[in-house]
Design a protein around this ligand. Structure first.
Ligand SMILES: Nc1ncnc2c1ncn2[C@@H]1O[C@H](COP(=O)(O)OP(=O)(O)OP(=O)(O)O)[C@@H](O)[C@H]1O
Length: 300
């Protein structure tokens, strides 16, 4: 199952294009059962079908088969970032994010993940180093911070309508949005009286309400119940922008991310593709425990 990275890739790309198994089968002149077997890892497509799949999904063959990054432009590049408070937090952080990439940023409590996010968001400045943003920070960047940014005395629906009007989103159906987010019953409730999980749901909704090139989520699922967590990951799966997520939700992250970064002692000590981790019969939980405890583990 963990090795079935091609199957998972087919599922993800098929769902991204909103193609059913039957529709994809029709386009490839194969049976729906064949698609199902490829996706479950019980069989593999022939080379000509792989080529056709890469054409249908509009991705490089390398990306389809090996989950290798496409030759994408980087959307964000951090070079030699340093940040110190009473003591050094980030000592030398460098990495790039690419278009449409889904990256998990992992690290222990206090490792500096939120500090890094605040630097990317422009809320604080690095002591040295550069951040190159290849998107318009005001228009094409969306952050779900660890601490909710909500207006307590406002009602839920009013807050969403405010965001819709600030972002000039003309085609948003607010009632429909509230229903989908499971916040319809709370629409007239004052935000200050919502539960922690409901506030997090609202915060998530406000973060994804407008399209962006880069989304960052800082511990998005904290306080959510299991059903809401499932919905959260499903919803996130439909986002097309690049996403960087700080999370400790190890039950879900194997299915969602392309790449994982580990922040430890002020530097990125591991930067790995999830498919490579799975190819070594590991899941992200075991990979993280291993790499966050013993510094000398590598696949070389
Ligand atoms: N404004 C600040 N002033 C002083 N110290 C700070 C400030 N912001 C963060 N720190 C310190 O920097 C370190 C990293 O904090 P940060 O919130 O970035 O960690 P984190 O990896 O996000 O942790 P967690 O997983 O617990 O959220 C901590 O020791 C924290 O106390």
């Amino acid at each position: 199952m963990q090795n079935n990275s091609l199957g998972k890739q087919i599922i993800r790309l098929r769902q991204k294009q909103q193609l059913s198994q039957a529709k994809l089968a029709e386009r490839l002149f194969v049976s729906r059962q064949a698609i199902s077997k490829w996706e479950n890892g019980e069989a593999e497509p022939d080379l000509d079908k792989l080529v056709q799949l890469s054409q249908i999904f509009n991705v490089d063959l390398d990306y389809l088969v090996l989950n290798h990054p496409m030759h994408q432009a980087s959307i964000l590049t951090l070079s030699k970032i340093r940040k110190k408070y009473q003591q050094p937090i980030l000592r030398d952080v460098s990495f790039s994010l690419h278009n449409h990439e889904r990256v998990a940023l992992l690290g222990s409590n206090g490792a500096g993940k939120t500090t890094l996010v605040n630097l990317i968001a422009g809320r604080i400045r690095p002591d040295s180093g550069t951040i190159q943003r290849n998107y318009q920070p005001q228009l094409e960047f969306s952050l779900m911070p660890q601490q909710n940014v909500l207006i307590g005395p406002m009602r839920v629906q009013e807050m969403i309508e405010l965001e819709v009007s600030i972002s000039q989103l003309k085609t948003v159906d607010v009632p429909e949005l509230l229903k989908r987010a499971n916040l319809w019953d709370q629409r007239n409730q004052v935000i200050g009286s919502l539960s922690g999980g409901q506030k997090r749901k609202l915060m998530f909704l406000l973060t994804v309400i407008k399209p962006a090139q880069l989304f960052i989520f800082d511990e998005p699922t904290v306080g959510m119940d299991l059903e809401t967590i499932d919905r959260f990951w499903q919803h996130l799966d439909q986002i097309t922008g690049a996403t960087l997520v700080i999370t400790h939700d190890f039950n879900q992250i194997d299915h969602y991310f392309d790449r994982v970064l580990l922040l430890r002692e002020g530097v990125i000590t591991a930067d790995e593709r999830v498919a490579t981790i799975h190819a070594h019969n590991q899941n992200l939980d075991t990979w993280y425990r291993q790499h966050n405890q013993t510094p000398e583990v590598s696949y070389e």
